[in-house]
Design a protein around this ligand. Structure first.
Ligand code: FES
Ligand SMILES: [Fe+2]
Length: 339
């Protein structure tokens, strides 16, 4: 089950150049293209003439030309030209999906077009503000999107799954979190005072001693999760707001269902330190990717045990509070939409 009236992340801006890109979102085949004027179109990936995928076509000036017989479509999906005849047949169009480009992300609205309100797109300034250096990437995960959201709102797995990357101190496994319900999402987080730094952060921040470490996760429905994470030399005032002796990373996780059994996972680590340092970019890109691949291994294995992404019949523990809040919120939004 998917929420249709919501902004999903389709592509990173840099992934859409002069070639159309075909993807499936929420079981619907979509072609995205950027026209000569820079506008983004997202259309049903099926030509209204003989059903060729439009993603097999090419960008032609302001339009997308079907590769089969050359019909041309504008960014809204209207057919504007048929080669060899002066008129376009009435009704020649394909479905167009509302899109919006913001923070170097192309967002797509999969529901009723008249309900698409771009002011509802979450702000992710660390993905585009020059004060930050972002290292965007993409994973394809053979699991239901809901399991990925559960995982991101669950800090209790970190000590077990991420031993090689972002788990540091054994006390992390038992440090409690605080969950907060927002108007438009859920937040969960914790401080870990005077802890051993995790390997990836120790390297990035050159920490030789213990740190005060923070992890704050925010989810906005349907599929945006970001984490404010980092650590600072222990006792230098980070919990009181002074992060000058530490490193801060905003970790973005943009999840869009492909089908009930597969998901698009766009990720990015954004940092405000050593922003011009290419070695640091490489370390954080590869480190974050390795970390999320540790999750993927579990998520794909979970999927094999639970085909539709449900938790029916499973038990819950205290650490599941945030993911259960999020599931409840999303399922009531889906219920309201279907009603
Ligand atoms: S199938 Fe697209 S132009 Fe014929
Ligand atoms: Fe994880």
């Amino acid at each position: 089950m998917f929420l249709h009236n919501g902004w999903y992340t389709a592509l990173w801006s840099h992934e859409l150049t002069d070639k159309p890109v075909g993807k499936t979102y929420l079981n619907e085949k979509v072609v995205l293209f950027r026209n000569a004027g820079g506008q983004v179109g997202a259309l049903e990936d099926c030509c209204c003439h003989r059903a060729a995928p439009l993603s097999m076509g090419e960008v032609s000036g302001e339009y997308l030309a079907c590769g089969y017989h050359g019909l041309k479509f504008d960014v809204s999906g209207r057919c504007v030209e048929v080669p060899g005849q002066p008129e376009v047949p009435p009704g020649a169009k394909v479905r167009g999906y509302p899109t919006h480009e913001k923070n170097n992300v192309i967002w797509i609205w999969m529901g009723a077009a008249d309900k698409a309100d771009v002011t509802k797109i979450p702000d992710l300034p660390w993905l585009s503000d020059p004060k930050w250096a972002a290292t965007p990437g993409r994973l394809y995960v053979k699991t239901n999107y809901q399991f990925i959201l559960d995982n991101l709102l669950d800090l209790s797995h970190v000590a077990h799954v991420h031993k090689k990357t972002i788990a540091g101190d054994p006390r992390e496994a038992t440090t409690p979190t605080k969950t907060e319900r927002l108007n438009d999402g859920v937040r969960v987080g914790r401080w870990m005072i005077d802890f051993v730094p995790p390997p990836l952060f120790a390297k990035a921040g050159n920490f030789k001693e213990n740190v005060d470490r923070w992890q704050f996760v925010t989810w906005h429905p349907p599929g945006v999760v970001y984490l404010d994470v980092g650590c600072a030399k222990a006792g230098t005032g980070a919990p009181q707001g002074d992060r000058s002796q530490g490193i801060s990373i905003w970790s973005s996780h943009l999840i869009t269902p492909e089908t009930e059994h597969s998901s698009h996972y766009m990720f990015g680590f954004s940092r405000d330190f050593k922003t011009d340092d290419q070695e640091m970019s490489k370390l954080l890109f590869e480190g974050s990717r390795a970390t999320f691949l540790e999750d993927v291994e579990f998520l794909e294995a979970v999927q094999k045990n639970r085909a539709e992404g449900s938790l029916d019949g499973l038990i819950h523990i205290t650490a599941d509070a945030a993911q259960l809040q999020a599931r409840k919120m999303l399922s009531s939004m889906i219920g309201a939409e279907q009603a």
